[in-house]
Design a binder for this molecule. Structure first.
Ligand code: ADP
Length: 230
């Protein structure tokens, strides 16, 4: 589903953000991406979403080499991805319904489809009652549920989440990751950058650690624990 082959990314100012990343994420996986600030985690996600391009190496998403995707086709690649942001990125003057509907509108969905799908998705994230509220009338956790609904509404094959719990109460973080887990259980691949060790420990999913532009640990590569002999 996602493969990085010897990927290097150096920004215009000379910062080497990724220095030879190799990684494969299969369809249906749930992966936590961890690492200190400045390690290269956001750059890793931005290369998947085509917000940035690598200097060398190859990235394959859904069987497609991103180096061969023309600029005008990038929106089509992005349609397979639902993005969730730390700062929610909701439109304040729109209702919850309209924030989610807007994502369908931009990909050309009909009013009929929107009217049917948006309430269904809002129900899925537990926000049916808040459908006519504006973002400012919601808690941080609820706003991020709107963000999740918007990411999900066009039925993406993967969710790309950059510190989605970074701006919400710790207790509510578990709810948001619980929802992501449920979405994953239904078949959507999830990549989530996080700083919160408690979440990583609690949910027990694959953990990839990036440090200084390199993948330095990947829990799926851990050797099986050998039981003590005595
Ligand atoms: P993380 O998400 O792990 O905090 P980033 O991927 O944001 O790390 O950043 C990795 C490195 O690249 C950092 O040194 C950061 O300052 C640098 N960087 C990120 N974005 C840019 C940019 N647009 N221009 C120049 N340097 C950048």
């Amino acid at each position: 589903m996602i493969e990085f082959i010897d990927v290097f990314k150096t920004y215009g100012n000379g910062t080497e953000a990724l220095r030879g990343v190799n990684l494969k994420v299969e369809k249906g996986e749930f992966v936590f991406i961890v690492g200190s600030s400045g390690a290269g985690k956001s750059t890793f996600l931005k290369l998947i979403t085509c917000e940035e391009a690598p200097n060398s190496g190859e990235i394959i998403v859904n069987g497609r080499k991103l180096s061969t995707v023309k600029k005008r086709d990038i929106p089509y690649v992005r349609r397979t991805m639902g993005m969730v942001f730390q700062d929610f990125r909701l439109i304040d003057k729109m209702t919850v319904f309209d924030n989610v509907a807007f994502a369908m509108h931009v990909v050309g969905a009909s009013q009929r489809e929107i009217k049917k799908r948006v309430p269904y998705i809002l129900n899925l994230v537990g926000l049916k009652e808040k459908i006519n509220c504006r973002p400012k009338e919601l808690s941080g956790g609820e706003q991020q549920r709107v963000g999740l609904a918007r990411a999900l509404v066009n039925n993406p094959s993967m969710i790309i989440a950059d510190e989605p719990t970074g701006n919400i109460d710790p207790a509510l973080s578990f709810e948001i990751v619980g929802l992501l887990s449920e979405i994953n259980r239904r078949g959507t691949t999830v990549l989530m950058v996080t700083h919160e060790h408690r979440l990583v420990k609690h949910f027990r999913r694959r953990v990839v650690e990036i440090h200084d532009g390199l993948v330095v640990a990947d829990s799926c590569n851990l050797a099986l624990e050998v039981p003590d002999e005595n």
